[in-house]
Design a protein around this ligand. Structure first.
Ligand code: AMP
Length: 249
């Protein structure tokens, strides 16, 4: 069974992001970039399925600039077998990425597609859902447990009221939540090995995908600074402030 995993290169989660002075977006010049944390979990889960003898091959895909090769090499060092970079310098919105992934899932005949539940840069939480819809296959988002057996996948999902377990026929799309697993550390020997693995480069037009943006960003701004809090003497003073100043009770 082949598994396809989507990995996005994003600003590292430890970086305090800055908005560009012309308010057109986030400044990523000279900023540390890494694999989206939810995608690391996705790669780890695929590698565990391979180690368990369920998956036979793991193909990782990233869409974006040539620097995404670094992200793909990290995925190969975690344990993926092969990588595909869909190179594009233009901004890629979730629908464009979903169309690119659809073309590759069909070409590769992958049975399971694993994505992160969201990319921590745009926080869209859309690509997996759009991909499942375009492929017309079942989806299980926010997975915290994945069990593959008898041509089906059983996924425990984190939902508002707790946990829900659903069973999907394959092929299917899964998006990862934080508690699914803890990704392993990438070791130096595995980094060395990853350099020898195949990394194919293609372009959206080679896949017949139109990546023209459908959404326009009008303005990006920092959130307003929070004003300092005040200490109140007792509960009565708190209630008084909530009633008469904040007027929330
Ligand atoms: P989003 O819908 O943008 O929040 O992204 C959800 C997931 O889709 C990510 O965690 C990735 O697995 C995948 N994804 C989004 N954009 C890309 C991209 N440019 N290349 C590869 N995978 C992506």
């Amino acid at each position: 069974m082949k598994i396809l995993v989507a990995v996005k290169r994003v600003v590292d989660y430890n970086v305090k992001i800055r908005v560009k002075s012309d308010n057109t977006g986030v400044d990523i010049a000279n900023v540390k970039m890494s694999m989206n944390p939810f995608d690391e979990i996705a790669v780890e889960e695929a590698v565990r399925l391979k180690e368990a003898g369920i998956a036979t091959e793991i193909v990782v895909v990233s869409a974006g600039t040539t620097q995404c090769q670094e992200t793909l090499r990290t995925a190969l060092a975690i344990g993926a077998d092969r990588a595909i970079l869909v190179e594009a310098d233009a901004e890629l919105q979730p629908l464009a990425v979903a169309k690119i992934l659809k073309a590759l899932v069909e070409k590769e005949q992958a049975q399971i597609v694993i994505l992160g539940k969201q990319a921590i840069d745009d926080d869209s939480n859309q690509t997996g859902q759009m991909l499942a819809s375009l492929l017309d296959v079942p989806q299980a988002t926010f997975a915290s447990k994945v069990v593959v057996a008898d041509g089906k996948v059983s996924v425990t999902r984190e939902v508002d009221g707790g946990l829900e377990t659903i069973s999907l026929v394959l092929p299917a799309v899964i998006t990862t939540d934080l508690r699914l697993n803890e990704p392993r550390y990438v070791t130096l020997p595995n980094i060395m090995k990853s350099k020898k693995k195949t990394l194919e480069i293609t372009k959206p037009e080679d896949l017949g995908v139109d990546i023209a943006p459908r959404l326009k960003t009008i303005k990006v701004e920092e959130p307003p600074k929070r004003s300092a809090g005040v200490m109140v003497a007792d509960v009565a003073a708190l209630v008084d402030k909530l009633k008469n100043e904040a007027k929330v009770i």
